[in-house]
Write a protein that binds this ligand. Sequence first.
Ligand SMILES: Cc1cc2nc3c(=O)[nH]c(=O)nc-3n(C[C@H](O)[C@H](O)[C@H](O)COP(=O)(O)OP(=O)(O)OC[C@H]3O[C@@H](n4cnc5c(N)ncnc54)[C@H](O)[C@@H]3O)c2cc1C
Length: 323
Amino acid sequence: MDDVTTDLLIIGAGPTGLYSAYYAGFRQMSVVVVDSLPELGGQITAMYPEKAILDVAGFPSIKGRDLVEGLVAQAATADPTYLLDRTATTLEHGEDDVVVTLDDGTRVTAAAVLITSGIGKFSPRPLPAGEGWVGRGMEFFVPSFAPYAGKDVVIVGGGDSAFDWAQHLEPIAASVTLVHRRDAFRAHERTVAAVKESTVEIVTNAQVTELRGDGHLEEVEVSVDGHEPQLRKAQALVAALGFVADLGAIQQWGLVTSKRHVVVDSAMRTNLARVFAAGDITDYPGKVRLIAVGFGEAATAVNNAAVVIDPTAHVFPGHSSEG
Ligand SMILES: Cc1cc2nc3c(=O)[nH]c(=O)nc-3n(C[C@H](O)[C@H](O)[C@H](O)COP(=O)(O)OP(=O)(O)OC[C@H]3O[C@@H](n4cnc5c(N)ncnc54)[C@H](O)[C@@H]3O)c2cc1C
């Protein structure tokens, strides 16, 4: 990947990062957004895409994935450059800029940086039997459905992502089997009911004990209630076992932190020049970690970054409905 130069670098493409990207465009900034995940939407996409969110201003009820879709459409007006599946690892100051290096070696030079990294980098919980199978039939994420057309798919897990993907893949896959280690599910009841009524086979109290195939996945061994494992034909397996979060390298950047959060002032400035933070990652007296709060902090951070990037600019942007 070539090195990139931008006005604003946003680290984290959760709801706060996406809204910040929109706002950067509104302030005429060029904007780059980096995320460790291959998909946009942060915690919402990773943990509760199907959940109805009831406390976002203007939406009495909105499904997680619909909120993310709206945020992505709104952010598109800023024409952001997304660098996904890449983690920000180091941060250094130049004379009038900040250089952030990503784990693939890409260097992003920015006039200002906005950290919206939430609870940190997510790593998928591993499927012990799946070690070495990623890219050979096993995935942790389903960013698009088309590659699963006509395949026998096994999905492991009992949460929203597992059921959501089962529901979406059922019409196009040859077969979908959902394997879960318990007989209770954490997913949204309506989705569970819809999947139960579909052709998806749900196997509970079960574990995937082995993946088999010559190069690419061909069969999956499933053991029910600890009984003798049975083989199932499968060309694709999705391990939807949830995620663990880790603040990682950000803790080594010299930021003042408090209990794994970055301390900011009322302008969302961190202790480092040109570096701002917003959303779940921030801490200050009275902090409340909610999507709605992250949106407000995003606007505050970007408007204050605008003045750092261009000292002749004003903090107050004017109203978006004007002009
Ligand atoms: C099950 C559940 C239900 C919830 N329900 C609600 C609700 O109903 N209402 C509500 O307001 N809130 C809810 N929340 C909380 C809400 O999801 C968070 O407040 C919100 O996601 C915070 O957004 P964010 O953009 O600040 O951070 P996140 O959503 O955490 O996004 C941060 C992003 O940064 C990325 N990242 C981290 N470190 C790096 C790095 N070094 N390099 C690159 N990328 C990095 C991560 O991969 C992630 O995508 C819920 C949370 C959970 C878990």
